[in-house]
Design a binder for this molecule. Structure first.
Ligand code: ADP
Ligand code: MG
Length: 336
């Protein structure tokens, strides 16, 4: 075969393999966009585990009429413009490929209105085929509808699990964002029924609302700072024992991550107090200067690399160790 350039659609579909592994990955990207748009209310409506429909409605700053087509274009982003921006990036998105990838494997409709605009505009795309924008009705904000994910990629469609399993993954994606943004009100609906409704609140109350009183009442609040690193959140006393890792959330600069170094530091801190096959439970937020952590490691952005990983490890271990030293005493004291 001759060497030939791939079509834009095929490039997006290949990228979609990494970015849109399953409906929940598309939902994560849509939620991140709504957060980046400064929304204070975000509603999610799913049909059939997200495979039939993923719909995210927000009240953020919206997209201008003449930028709607760009939003669906690969490598088009409003979030960074230079390598320096990338090193300081504070938004959840920056690669400018999520919407293009999602649109290349679904029937996507975006309706959006900026505050100052006299009305909303809408654009639809089916696979790579974008339609011209048309006028629409909407208050300020954005609605992104993703219909029939994988309709034109049958090989991918075959990997979908049951509706319940796919919905479970969507719920996880929703939960992670909801935990990390307590100042935003959220609603999750599945097949027309409300599943989770969260009013804007303090971080403590949000964690309690999402993970329940049992976790919250057996956890301590911690907030430690040292040499430009801050660790805060809730960590469960060793008496709150889990047989699975289902209540383990780590966020770095507001982004949910899975990181071996952090997991190791946490495990070590719990080592003296937790035995056997038990797993600790925690919701922890690490904050540090964005230039000290690289989030551009993988397209899904759940991996990070720290400039000074040993310092991060030591800090997390010591902060948790200190908090855990207090847990039993404090929790006993707070029992009626
Ligand atoms: P990225 O988030 O990496 O910039 P995306 O493909 O996810 O790339 O989105 C492309 C662009 O579309 C964003 O940079 C943003 O300007 C715009 N956009 C997407 N979703 C929204 C939204 N809900 N509200 C406002 N703007 C949005
Ligand atoms: Mg994005």
């Amino acid at each position: 075969m001759q060497i030939k350039l791939l079509s834009d659609q095929l490039i997006s579909q290949i990228a979609a393999g990494e970015v849109v592994e399953r409906p929940a990955s598309a939902l994560k990207e849509l939620l991140e966009n709504s957060v980046d748009a400064g929304s204070t209310q975000i509603q999610v409506a799913l049909q059939q585990g997200g495979t039939k429909l993923l719909k995210v409605t927000d009240n953020g700053h919206g997209i201008a009429k003449d930028e709607l087509a760009l939003a669906l274009t690969r490598h088009a982003t409003s979030k960074i413009q230079s390598l320096e921006d990338l090193e300081q990036v504070g938004s959840l998105g920056f690669r400018g490929e999520a919407l293009a990838s999602i649109a290349s494997i679904s029937r996507t409709v975006i309706t959006s209105r900026q505050q100052a605009a006299s009305h909303a505009w809408q654009i639809s795309a089916e696979g790579a085929h974008g339609q011209p924008v048309s006028p629409a009705a909407l208050d300020a904000g954005t609605i992104v509808e993703v219909h029939d994910l994988y309709f034109n990629t049958p090989a991918r469609r075959k990997f979908l699990k049951t509706e319940n399993t796919e919905f479970g993954h969507c719920e996880d994606a929703f939960t992670r964002i909801a935990l990390s943004r307590s100042n935003i009100g959220f609603l999750l609906q599945h097949n027309g029924k409300a599943v989770m409704r969260l009013a804007a609140n303090t971080p403590q109350q949000r964690i309690t609302d999402v993970l329940g009183n049992e976790f919250a009442s057996q956890s301590v609040w911690l907030d430690e700072e040292s040499a430009g690193l801050r660790l805060w959140g809730m960590t469960a006393s060793p008496t709150y024992q889990r047989h699975s890792r289902d209540t383990q959330y780590v966020f770095v600069n507001g982004r949910f991550v899975r990181d071996k170094l952090i997991a190791h530091a946490i495990k070590q801190a719990y080592q003296d107090v937790l035995h056997g096959d038990k797993h600790p439970a925690f919701v922890l937020f690490l904050e540090l200067d964005p230039s000290l952590v690289d989030v551009n490691v993988h397209p899904a952005k759940t991996e990070v690399r720290f400039r000074e990983s040993q310092a991060v490890h030591r800090f997390i271990f010591h902060s948790l160790h200190k908090a855990l030293g207090k847990t039993s005493a404090e929790i006993q004291a707070s029992q009626p």
